[in-house]
Design a protein around this ligand. Sequence first.
Ligand code: OAD
Ligand code: ZN
Length: 232
Amino acid sequence: MKKYLILTGAGISAESGIRTFRDSGGLWEDHDVEQVASPAGFQQDPKLVWQFYKDRYAQSLSVEPNIAHHALRKMEDELQDNFHLITQNVDGLHSRAGSERVIEMHGSLSTAFCCGCRANYRMEELDLSIAIPLCKKCGKSLRPDIVWFGEIPYYLYEIEQHLKECDVFMVIGTSGSVYPAAGFVMTAKLFGAHTIAVNLDRPDNLGFIDEMHQGKSTELLPPLVEKILGRL
Ligand code: OAD
Ligand code: ZN
């Protein structure tokens, strides 16, 4: 059986009501990205950065996974260990759709960790009325568990193994402009995978895509998954 590897970005959650990054002129929900998504921004104004992620966390819980997230969950139900999903999204919508083999390479809105002892916390166990939540073990400040600009994404070794092993690599709703994720399609192709993209606009790394499906992921992905599973 063929091994499928999927990479998703902000576009797959757009129709759940979460805005993408590049479409909003370099702003993330009206904030300067450097201010709210860099270690320097956090050092400068931790209260503002925490408020921003508390809002994003609340927003992520107020929206629902859409039929594109569900289509990927169905694909996983059938393919089991021949399916892996890497996401750049931090909204948790793949897991809420029931996906289990999810690699959250840019972290998650639903977790935080201590800047001192590195202890991990779930947002739901924190008192979010406090401006900067503190570690219960060492008393130092917690920070959102998001990979910020200039930081190294999570699970890169594991991702590289999947990129080398997959037969089909499919990218959905990502502009192909933020590295290292933008380079995955090239790696997969160089290791022999067939590459597919589902995206509203033409991605920046189009040169490495064998099969481009241009349009909305809620419209194009469900029939594509059915076709892959041999039902159409
Ligand atoms: P971008 O905002 O860069 O790109 C979103 C892509 O989704 C664009 O190419 C759109 O054309 C496409 N798109 C929009 N709506 C769509 C829809 N309904 N169906 C299909 N495609 C659609 O988002 P990402 O590529 O995810 O990093 O951005 C990558 C990273 O940059 C993010 O993970 C984030 C950001 O800085 C961190 O938070 C660390
Ligand atoms: Zn601590």
